[in-house]
Design a protein around this ligand. Structure first.
Ligand SMILES: NC(=O)C1=CN([C@@H]2O[C@H](COP(=O)(O)OP(=O)(O)OC[C@H]3O[C@@H](n4cnc5c(N)ncnc54)[C@H](OP(=O)(O)O)[C@@H]3O)[C@@H](O)[C@H]2O)C=CC1
Ligand SMILES: O=C1OC[C@@H](O)[C@H](O)[C@H]1O
Length: 384
């Protein structure tokens, strides 16, 4: 019989709605016969009425409980997994609240404000024998799984350069909005740059066996800041990795350029047509992934031309079954891990989340982007 995951939804904003809609899609439509999902409770920090409205609006079946506080949600015995869907500033406090109450956690990206907070959550999950994962949904797309597998099989040879861009070109956020508000850990890097880094890491780092993965040997970066709030509007990172595959050239390194911006757009006409947001370049060819980097619709494999033989380009679509957004694949992974008693997912391991948070810490340090003490703090509990 299929394992049924019982979810508690912590916060009722934009992404919580999108995630729950995906949870409610029939899992068989995407070939997942072994897991199903039920939303058993929803909480809003604003009011119980807001949680009730969320349930009604999305038409969540099964009469889920509605709470006016996160505290009540994490103490509901009918909930197994908490989905944390608050702004970045609140992830550490909210995920910790859930773990302390003995619940498994899927926490939205960026995992926390800094690596120190992420390490504490990981230690707590380990100590309490609970599942914990940063919700980097893109990693669980069939497209991502295929691209990683092609790299591992040597399809494009040794990968020596990756460029990844996740830029949305929506510069006119109100200064109080979470996208640019320092009190909510806003800015392009934590919100959007995480996806550019995801592509860099899942191609140049994750494709190696865990024992051979090495943190970047150098990071250089630059930022442009929002005129009113000082959050980063654009961030560009140059990252050096030791080689991804065994090389006969001992000092060879792989280079990554990870870009993110709120002011320019990776896909200016929003058409999702053939515009690679990610280029993975190897000694035998290239894989291009079309943007947006967080929800790529397709990729193509371009072998390097050999002699006079015409190059055969393969283009592969990533369909979204049942017209979903694509968040169900990560939800299935969480359900399977919890069912199997795993504490972390191989696709987004604790160690990799922490290494990526450390890169973001370093980039913020290089550019003097500091968030308010209260949200950088590892103290718990703090009322934010
Ligand atoms: N995976 C993805 O594709 C996406 C992920 N995200 C991530 O999801 C998280 C939430 O983003 P999003 O849903 O767009 O944000 P919203 O602003 O739409 O929702 C955030 C929710 O958090 C709760 N909240 C608690 N405290 C605060 C506070 N002080 N200020 C604002 N909200 C608060 C509120 O819910 P309530 O009142 O019910 O408690 C609010 O509705 C972020 O981490 C973001 O990076 C966002 C978009 C896409
Ligand atoms: O995670 C995200 O992906 C989609 C973006 O539009 C959004 O701002 C971001 O939070």
């Amino acid at each position: 019989m299929a394992y049924n995951a019982k979810w508690g939804i912590l916060a009722t904003g934009g992404i919580a709605k999108t995630f729950v809609k995906d949870l409610l899609k029939d899992s068989k439509a995407r070939g997942a016969e072994d897991v199903t999902h039920t939303v058993t409770a929803v909480a809003s920090s604003s009011s119980k009425a807001r949680a009730e409205q969320f349930i009604t609006e999305i038409n969540i079946p099964g009469n889920p409980a509605a709470y006016g506080s996160y505290h009540e949600l994490v103490n509901d015995p009918n909930v197994d997994i908490i989905y944390v869907a608050t702004p970045h500033s609140h992830h550490y406090q909210n995920a910790r609240l859930a773990l302390e109450a003995g619940k498994h956690v899927l926490c939205e990206k960026a995992f926390t404000v800094n690596a120190a907070q992420a390490k504490i959550l990981v230690d707590l999950a380990r100590k309490k024998n609970l599942f914990l994962m940063e919700a980097v949904w893109t990693r669980y797309f069939p497209l991502s799984v295929e691209v990683r597998s092609l790299i591992q099989k040597g399809e494009i040879g040794e990968v020596l350069r990756v460029t990844a861009d996740n830029s949305t070109g929506d510069p006119d956020w109100d200064p109080s909005h979470r996208m640019v508000n320092l009190d909510l850990a806003g800015g392009a890097l934590l919100d959007l740059g995480i996806y550019s880094l995801t592509w860099v890491f899942q191609t140049l780092y994750h494709t190696l066996p865990p024992s051979q993965r090495k943190a970047p040997s150098s990071i250089a970066s630059t930022m442009a800041k929002h005129a009113v709030t000082g959050a980063d509007e654009s961030t560009t990172m140059l990252i050096t990795f030791p080689t991804t595959t065994p090389s006969n050239l001992p000092n060879r390194t792989s280079h990554a350029v990870a870009m993110t911006s709120l002011t320019v757009d990776s896909n200016p006409d929003k058409e999702n047509s053939a515009r690679p947001a990610i280029r993975i370049q190897g000694t035998k060819g290239e894989i291009q992934v079309d943007g947006p980097a967080f929800r790529p619709p397709r990729y193509r494999v371009i072998p390097k031309k050999q002699g006079d033989t015409p190059v055969k380009i393969r283009e592969i679509e990533n369909p979204f079954p049942a017209n979903g957004h694509g968040m169900y694949w990560e939800a299935d992974e969480v359900a399977r891990c919890v069912r199997d008693g795993k504490l972390e997912s191989e696709g987004m391991s604790w160690e990799e989340s922490i290494v990526i948070m450390e890169v973001m810490d370093e980039v913020r340090k290089q550019n003097g982007l500091v968030y308010p003490e209260k949200i950088e703090s590892t103290e718990y509990p703090i009322k934010l």
